[in-house]
Design a protein around this ligand. Structure first.
Ligand SMILES: Cc1cc2nc3c(=O)[nH]c(=O)nc-3n(C[C@H](O)[C@H](O)[C@H](O)COP(=O)(O)O)c2cc1C
Ligand SMILES: C=C(O[C@@H]1CC(C(=O)O)=C[C@@H](OP(=O)(O)O)[C@H]1O)C(=O)O
Length: 387
């Protein structure tokens, strides 16, 4: 299974095509749009999220609510486009396009300067329009489709914010459904109300100062069978693929599984997960410090992944930059911006990980229809039971 996305943040629409999705999967449009809606929420976002009401239109691959096996085409229209038609027009322009919200003072931390140099663009808008995290709308849409496939097999995805700036919250080991329910109601997606209030205050204070905040998000996948991914080749290791997916989210700079970086400080006896067996449960682990992976393969325990998001790079009190025309020192350009997008980014992280897990699931149990996949999974589970 694969997908591609296209579209600019202030262009007419965003588009995604999913190829290789099996047939006969019921696609619940409400659930799909619910994921898009979740991505738009979260305390600390800028005005753009009030303009957009992200809703996916399905333009291929689905008939009467079920997938047909054909490529699934998804479209999300940008409401903001109507304010940008002259700036973002596709037709050639007669007059000099300068002054049409041209960006010439690159923002430290954004893609502006590297992209301008690489693509030889003197209007850095040609870079920021595509580097913008607006593109993650389509990655949530594709992840939301994958998530529905996972749900058919009882695999659930949840997430919680662990840190915003210097406010850290104790990670909660709640049943996944409860974690989903509680975090859904929190503007910063945490369970702890005291931490929630502190995080909101920290975001307000950063905004007041013209500054921004990053943080840490955790994602949990429950109900995954043993043996997704493989140890035999570097590019088949599922933890590696998930790490790449997380780091591909705009502004994500680190990823860890289970106890993660803490493993460096501990002795092996306090890191590895002891193996247990009973007839009823099969092979299980006493602990899950590995976060669900050994040898690039799932252990059957929860997948636990954390991602680190740096603070947003556009500052209302901008850092020093250089004008790309004159090479003179200037402050960086200010584009309308979020103060903190960690809660929203957590939703993106859930969905890009769901995509990777669904893809590995299809690699292992793949078939062209959901019925074929069910048979393959049942056969494998029988094999594991009789092992
Ligand atoms: C949900 C989300 C919202 C974001 N909003 C902004 C924003 O409003 N302003 C900004 O400068 N960067 C924002 N970013 C981060 C930039 O898109 C990102 O820093 C930029 O594309 C450069 O990529 P890099 O940070 O991964 O190197 C956001 C990221 C995410 C995930
Ligand atoms: C549009 C989204 O996020 C945008 C991501 C973003 C960036 O630089 O990454 C910059 C801002 O864009 P704008 O200037 O249009 O407000 C955010 O709003 C979105 O998440 O849908």
């Amino acid at each position: 299974m694969r997908y591609l996305t296209a579209g600019e943040t202030h262009g007419p629409q965003l588009t995604a095509i999913i190829e290789g999705f099996p047939s006969n999967v019921n696609l619940n449009f409400e659930d799909l749009n619910h994921q898009l809606h979740r991505r738009q929420k979260g305390y600390g976002r800028g005005r753009r999220m009030q303009i957009e009401k992200d809703t996916a239109t399905i333009a291929g691959g689905v008939r009467h609510g079920k997938t047909t096996g054909a490529p699934i085409a998804l479209v999300v229209v940008n409401n903001d486009w109507k304010h940008w038609t002259s700036v973002m027009g596709i037709e050639p322009v007669e007059e000099d396009n300068e002054g049409k919200r041209r960006v010439n003072r690159p923002r430290p931390g954004h893609a502006d300067l590297n992209g301008g140099l690489k693509y030889n663009q003197k209007d850095l808008r040609n870079i920021l329009e595509r580097s913008s995290a607006r593109e993650t709308t389509m990655r949530v849409a594709t992840g939301a489709v994958a998530r529905q496939l996972l749900a058919e097999f009882g695999i659930k995805v949840a997430g919680q914010v662990i840190r915003i700036g210097d406010v850290e919250v104790e990670r909660q080991e709640l049943p996944v459904d409860e974690l989903i329910r509680i975090t859904e109601e929190s503007p910063v997606r945490v369970v702890d109300k005291e931490a929630e209030a502190k995080m909101i205050a920290a975001i307000d204070a950063a905004k007041e100062d013209g500054d921004t905040l990053g943080g840490i998000v955790e994602v949990i996948i429950e109900g995954v069978p043993v043996g997704l991914g493989s140890h035999v080749q570097w590019d088949r290791k599922l933890d590696g693929k998930i790490a790449q997916a997380v780091l591909s989210i705009q502004a994500f700079k680190g990823v860890e599984f289970g106890i993660g970086f803490e493993a460096a400080e501990r002795r092996g006896s306090n890191v590895h997960d002891e193996i247990l067996y009973t007839q009823e449960t099969g092979f299980r682990r006493r602990t899950n410090r590995a976060g669900g992976f050994e040898g690039g393969m799932t252990t059957g325990e929860q997948i636990i992944v954390r991602g680190v998001m740096k603070p947003i790079s556009t500052l209302y009190k901008p850092l020093q930059s250089v004008d790309i025309d004159t090479k003179e020192v200037f402050t960086a350009q200010v584009e309308r911006s979020d103060t903190c997008a960690v809660p929203a980014a957590g939703v993106i992280m859930e969905n890009v990980i769901a995509w990777e897990v669904a893809n590995a699931f299809l690699d292992k149990f793949g078939g062209d229809s959901i019925e074929e996949i069910r048979t393959n999974l049942a056969n494998f589970l029988k094999q594991v039971e009789n092992y």
